[in-house]
Design a protein. Structure first.
Length: 178
């Protein structure tokens, strides 16, 4: 099975306020993200993290990432650049890319941390999964909600849990033009 998620921001206390996350502490948030992940992901699953795994984290990244099931693939986000300099961080991933095209159950999917309006295969019905904009009520989010076959994988809009492509499609049915 293939799962998608984005913008975990492990260790980032201020993200709870910025995104309205329902946690009392950063420790509670970190544990909830790990537990929710492990509730759906199996060891033989692939999880594409579309950026911003952690931010301002005081503990070692591997303390969390090694506890999370599945093969982890990082699509680099703006808050991942500093961590890419750390072997302890990069060794937790099976692959690290800035932009990636994959196939998921016969469907072409373009993965990028940032939302884009047109992507490789856009006119052929390919999908785009992104992160970065969280649950913000801003222009980018309003526009992207209208773009067919583009889905926000951010934890803030997906019950703090990795999602399959089919789940992302179902979650957004009726919200996008046909």
């Amino acid at each position: 099975m293939i799962y998608y998620t984005a913008d975990l921001h492990l260790g980032h206390a201020n993200i709870m306020k910025l995104s309205g996350r329902p946690f009392e502490s950063v420790e509670e948030m970190n544990e909830a993200l790990v537990n929710n992940w492990n509730a759906v992901v199996r060891d033989d699953d692939d999880v594409y993290i579309l950026g911003d795994v952690m931010f301002k984290m005081s503990s070692r990244p591997e303390n969390f990432l090694h506890r999370m099931k599945g093969r982890k693939h990082l699509i680099v986000g703006n808050h991942d650049r500093q961590n890419l300099k750390k072997e302890a961080f990069t060794s937790c991933f099976d692959s690290i890319n800035d932009y990636l095209c994959i196939e998921d159950e016969g469907r072409k999917v373009v993965l990028f941390h940032y939302p884009i309006l047109e992507w490789d295969g856009y006119f052929r019905g390919h999908y785009h999964i992104y992160g970065h904009i969280h649950n913000s009520d801003n222009f980018a989010n309003q526009v992207m909600q209208q773009v067919k076959n583009a889905f926000n994988a951010g934890v803030d809009v997906n019950d703090f849990t990795p999602q399959t492509l089919s789940q992302l499609i179902r979650r957004n049915q009726g919200a996008k033009p046909l």
